[in-house]
Write a protein that binds this ligand. Structure first.
Ligand SMILES: C[S@@+](CC[C@H](N)C(=O)[O-])C[C@H]1O[C@@H](n2cnc3c(N)ncnc32)[C@H](O)[C@@H]1O
Length: 218
């Protein structure tokens, strides 16, 4: 391995870390890239559409980055409530600016928090979304199990993934989707299905539900 290759690998690792936890000036730049890159915007807006948000839904997005999906969630959940958490202060500020009007109207609440310690809610949520974020979580099955507890019976979760590693292809996406399906199964979710958006590389959105409440016997 040449010194050049090592330097290049280090630079890539540094960049990946920024996407997992944007910090400082480089983090602000990474946030702007995520907010304006066409395929990023397309995948966020599409992932929200897959979740089939209803006007009264109470929704949580984890790892909202610059807040593109938050804006789309707020556009759909007009009488509901949109919550978001991200462990990057830089992203909380960028998403806050992008969604300032909805925050002022108390329709969107963004918090600087990690998925390790999600906030508690006074009522169960209808839906949870995470776009290109689960890959950065420690012990994701345990985190997903805990998130299942925040959802109402029959509540939905959507985990979207678009692998951004160099040379990623359709099969990279398919592998990532299978991993998410396994995690959701282990975390106790049901009705798991995968939808795909044909970008380059494709985006997979793995959707699942919590078990519905058992209807009472007459
Ligand atoms: C690659 S970015 C994706 C951002 C946005 N969802 C999008 O698709 O444009 C990953 C985001 O997840 C957040 N994130 C990563 N690990 C997290 C954790 N443990 N808790 C909360 N947020 C996390 C990062 O700060 C970052 O904003």
């Amino acid at each position: 391995m040449t010194a050049d290759t090592t330097l290049k690998q280090r630079a890539i690792m540094k960049l990946v870390r920024q996407f997992g936890h944007p910090r400082g000036g480089a983090g602000r730049l990474v946030g702007r890239v995520m907010a304006h890159r066409r395929s990023n915007r397309q995948r966020s807006i599409w992932a929200v559409s897959v979740l089939e948000i209803r006007p009264t839904d109470r929704v949580l997005e984890i790892g909202f980055g610059p807040g593109v999906a938050i804006a789309e969630l707020a556009r759909r959940a007009t009488q509901g409530q949109v919550h978001g958490i991200d462990h990057s202060e830089v992203m909380v500020r960028q998403a806050g600016r992008r969604n300032a009007a909805a925050i002022r109207a108390h329709r969107v609440r963004l918090a600087h928090a990690s998925v390790d310690e999600p906030p508690s809610f006074d009522e169960p949520l209808d839906a949870i979304l995470a776009v290109n974020s689960v890959g950065f979580w420690p012990d994701p099955v345990e985190r997903l199990r805990r998130l299942r507890g925040l959802l109402r019976p029959g509540g939905r979760i959507a985990l979207a993934t678009q692998p951004r590693c160099p040379g990623a292809t359709q099969s990279t996406t398919a592998r990532a989707a299978r991993e998410l399906q396994d995690m959701l199964t282990q975390a106790g979710f049901t009705e798991i299905r995968v939808e795909t958006l044909e970008l380059d590389p494709p985006v997979a959105c793995v959707v699942a539900a919590t078990a519905s409440a058992v209807p009472e016997q007459a």
